[in-house]
Ligand binder design. Structure first.
Ligand SMILES: NC(=O)c1ccc[n+]([C@@H]2O[C@H](COP(=O)([O-])OP(=O)(O)OC[C@H]3O[C@@H](n4cnc5c(N)ncnc54)[C@H](O)[C@@H]3O)[C@@H](O)[C@H]2O)c1
Ligand SMILES: [Zn+2]
Ligand SMILES: [Zn+2]
Length: 351
C-alpha cells in the first residue's frame, strides 16, 4: 500500500509499505479521508521526535477492511471515524475517566493515548491498523459525509475540550487566543456551551473572519490593539474564561492577564521550552485562578457524541477544509499547510 513515511528531519515521502493485518482486538480500515495536523508539522520539522520509517498522521475516516478476533458488533464495509487518540478502554487511566492519558505506566506517564503517527503507524496511508478497535471504531451515520466528520478526530475534539475543561457556563465571557484550526474549534465550543460573549484573538484577517463565522462576537487583531486592555474594557475587568490555543509564552501570559480573579485559563497549546507564570497577574498565587490543560479526547463514545453535534446541525466544520489533495501529492499539501499559503486552514487528503 502507499503511505506517507517520516524519513528524518524535513523529509517525508509517499512509499510502498506492507499493508497492515488485524491481530486480536484490532481492525484494519481503508482510509477514505484524512488531513494534516499542526502536530505533524512539528514532527516533520524534527521538533517532536518519532521513529524514522513511521507512517504519520492521526485523523482517519475510513471503511472497515478487516476485523481481528474478538472485535464484535461491526461488519466489513462499515464506515467509521476513529479519534486521533485511541484509548484501550481497560487500564486504570481509562477507567478513571482520563482516557487520553491511557497507556504508558497505566496512566502515570502523560500522552500515552496518542498512538497513531506517534508510537504506531498512522493515517496518511491507504490502510490503517486500529488498536483496541472495540473501544475506537465509531460508526458514521449514513447521512454524514466524510468531510463533515474528519475534523472531529482531532481538532474539534481538542478545541471543544478546551471549552469543556474550562467549565464554561451560560452567560460566561470567553477569550480565545489564536484562531488557528484548534482555536476556531474552541470558539465554536464556547458558543455551544452557552458563552454570552466570545472574543477571538489572532493576527490573520482570514482567520478573524472565520472566527466570527464559528461564533465569536468580537475579534481582536493582536498586532493592532492592546489585547489585555481591550478585553478588560469590554468585559468590565476580566473574562470568566480564557482559552490558550497556540502554545507560546506570550499568549499564555495574555490569557492569564485577561482573566478575572477566580476565572479559568484553559490551555490547549503545545509549548516548547520554559513556560513562566507572571507573578502579578497570578495575584502572587492568591487569585483563586484555575489553570487546566487538556489532551484531545478520543474513543468511540466521544466520536459518537461529536458526530451527533454535527448531525443535528449544531456545528458545521466543512468551511475549515479549504483544500483537497491526493495522497500522492501530500508533499505539496504539507508545503501549503506549513507555509499557511492561500488562506489554508485544513487540507483534505484522499488516499
Ligand atoms: N491539546 C491538544 O490535544 C492539541 C491537539 C492538537 C494541536 N494542539 C496544539 O494547538 C496549537 C494550535 O494548533 P493550530 O493547528 O490551531 O495552530 P496554527 O499554527 O494553525 O494556528 C496558530 C494561529 O495563531 C495565530 N497567532 C500567532 N501569534 C499569535 C498571537 N500572539 N496572538 C494570537 N494569535 C496568534 C496565527 O495567526 C495562527 O492563526 C499548537 O500548539 C498545536 O500543537 C494541541
Ligand atoms: Zn493533531
Ligand atoms: Zn487505557
Amino acid at each position: 500500500m502507499k503511505a506517507n513515511v517520516f524519513l528524518g528531519k524535513n523529509q517525508i515521502e509517499v512509499q510502498d509499505v506492507p499493508k497492515p493485518r488485524a491481530g486480536v482486538g484490532e481492525a484494519v480500515i481503508r482510509v477514505t479521508l484524512t488531513t494534516i495536523c499542526g502536530t505533524d508539522l512539528h514532527i516533520l520539522r524534527g521538533e517532536y521526535p518519532v521513529a524514522q520509517g513511521l507512517v504519520i498522521g492521526h485523523e482517519p475516516v475510513g471503511v472497515i477492511e478487516e476485523l481481528g478476533e474478538g472485535v464484535v458488533g461491526y461488519d466489513i464495509g462499515d464506515r467509521v471515524l476513529v479519534g486521533a487518540i485511541t484509548p484501550c478502554g481497560q487500564c486504570s487511566a481509562c477507567w478513571s475517566g482520563h482516557s487520553s492519558q491511557c497507556g504508558h505506566g497505566g496512566g502515570f506517564e502523560a500522552l500515552g493515548g496518542w498512538r497513531f503517527g506517534n508510537t504506531i503507524n498512522g493515517a496518511q496511508a491507504e490502510f490503517l491498523k486500529v488498536p483496541y478497535a472495540q473501544a475506537n471504531l465509531a460508526k458514521i451515520p449514513n447521512e454524514l459525509s466524510d468531510e463533515q466528520v474528519v475534523l472531529l478526530a482531532d481538532i474539534a475534539s481538542t478545541g471543544f475540550s478546551g471549552a469543556e475543561s474550562a467549565g464554561i457556563k451560560i452567560g460566561d465571557s470567553v477569550v480565545v487566543f489564536a484562531q488557528g484550526p484548534i482555536g476556531l474549534c474552541a470558539t465554536a465550543g464556547a458558543k455551544l456551551l452557552g458563552a454570552s460573549l466570545i472574543i477571538g484573538v489572532d493576527g490573520d484577517q482570514n482567520r478573524l473572519a472565520m472566527s466570527k463565522r464559528m461564533g465569536a462576537d468580537i475579534v481582536l487583531d493582536y498586532r493592532d490593539v492592546d489585547v489585555v486592555a481591550e478585553v478588560k474594557k469590554i468585559t468590565g475587568g476580566g473574562a470568566d474564561v480564557t482559552i490558550e490555543a497556540l502554545g507560546t509564552q506570550q499568549t499564555f501570559e495574555y490569557a492569564l492577564r485577561c482573566l478575572r480573579p477566580a476565572g479559568t485559563l484553559s490551555s490547549l497549546g503545545v509549548y516548547s521550552g520554559k513556560l513562566q507564570i507572571p507573578y502579578e497577574a497570578f495575584a502572587a498565587g492568591l487569585g483563586d485562578h484555575k489553570i487546566v490543560t487538556t489532551l484531545c479526547p478520543g474513543g468511540k463514545e466521544r466520536m459518537r457524541r461529536l458526530m451527533e453535534v454535527v448531525r443535528h446541525g449544531r456545528v458545521d466544520l466543512r468551511p475549515l477544509l479549504t483544500h483537497t489533495f491526493s495522497l500522492d501529492s501530500i508533499g505539496d499539501a504539507y508545503d501549503l499547510f506549513g507555509e499557511r499559503m492561500d488562506g489554508v486552514l485544513k487540507v483534505a487528503i484522499k488516499p
